[in-house]
Design a protein around this ligand. Structure first.
Ligand SMILES: Nc1ncnc2c1ncn2[C@@H]1O[C@H](COP(=O)(O)OP(=O)(O)O)[C@@H](O)[C@H]1O
Ligand SMILES: [Mg+2]
Length: 291
């Protein structure tokens, strides 16, 4: 997907004015691919209620890659789980393609920090595992599994076992496994946080290249501001609990995207602004943004 916004220098008192997403919530919910309306989550625990997500209002278009930044424990994983139907909403609604989310969805791809590969299965069989569990014809997906593995640079490792791979390579396998059934939506929860810096840069590049051709709608949670900006079409910032979405930026970088975008002044200005929002914005809502 191409991002058409013009890169402009931030002006005056509101440095993010040039990038700010115009309407976090559209008037017409059906026009969006994914809609959150006053989605709130309160966990009941032995020591009392924990309001994990205060109130999330958001519309995401089909094909958008959206990064989510926010302090630890602010409810990012909870938000993703609610979207995937793995956690119920306490209040509010989540709609995907015109249907309300009521339970877990098999047509979504999930990638977590831990790749959780099956150690006794080959790389290829790990990628095909969701197809087996969903009792679909494996033969129909084999060509796609080979294609995905080659795309992420694992063409020569298809017959290896997970223990023979590095951490970054294992996460690439998890990425292919998440994409094998052509998911409608990818939910990624800090998938690269456990990797060393070089493997992480490598994964970012692999993912951005994949997205140049796959165009999936994606929610990507990360602690890394640069990773969030490099990968996404849009970046959201959540505050500390009870969390709200306090910033919603549309990034002005075209696709296909190259690492050199990270050296541009615009990229670094956006990262600096986001860092300020995360640091200073613990609970402070910027005017005109989500929430
Ligand atoms: N299953 C659960 N039961 C009770 N509390 C939970 C549960 N999952 C998360 N929480 C609490 O909800 C808050 C948000 O958690 P989480 O969504 O994991 O945050 P993040 O992913 O942003 O670090 C935290 O205070 C956490 O302790
Ligand atoms: Mg989390």
């Amino acid at each position: 997907m191409n991002v058409t916004a013009e890169p402009r220098a931030p002006a005056g008192e509101d440095p993010a004015a040039a990038w700010r997403h115009p309407a976090p919530v559209a008037a017409d919910r059906d026009a969006a691919y994914l809609s959150l309306r006053h989605a709130r989550k309160v966990y009941q625990t032995r020591t009392g209620d924990v309001e994990a997500v205060g109130m999330a209002n958001l519309d995401i278009a089909a094909g958008e890659f959206v990064s989510i930044l926010g302090p630890s424990g602010c409810g990012k994983s909870t938000l993703l789980s609610m979207v995937g139907g793995l956690e119920t909403v306490t209040e509010g609604e989540i709609w995907i393609e015109g249907a309300q989310v009521t339970g877990p969805r098999r047509d979504f791809g999930y990638i977590f920090q831990d790749p959780t590969l099956l150690p006794w299965k080959s790389v290829l069989d790990n990628v095909l595992f969701p197809i087996r569990t969903q009792k679909r014809p494996v033969a129909d997906y084999e060509a796609e599994a080979h294609r995905l593995l080659e795309r992420v640079g694992l063409g020569e490792f298809k017959a290896k076992r997970p223990r023979e791979l590095s951490g970054g390579m294992r996460q690439r396998v998890a990425l292919c496994r998440g994409l094998i059934n052509d998911p409608r939506l990818m939910l990624m929860d800090e998938p690269f946080s456990a990797l060393d810096a070089i493997s992480r840069d490598d994964m970012n590049l692999a993912l951005v290249r994949l997205w140049d051709s796959y165009h999936k709608t994606a929610l990507f949670v990360t602690h890394s501001i640069r990773e969030a900006v490099f990968l996404a079409d849009r970046v959201l910032v959540m505050t500390a609990r009870p969390s709200r979405i306090v910033a919603d930026l549309r990034l002005p970088f075209a696709r296909p995207r190259d690492v050199t975008v990270q050296d541009t002044p615009e990229f670094n200005r956006i990262c600096a602004w986001l860092r300020d929002q995360i640091q200073a914005g613990y609970g402070r809502a910027a005017p005109g943004t989500g929430g």
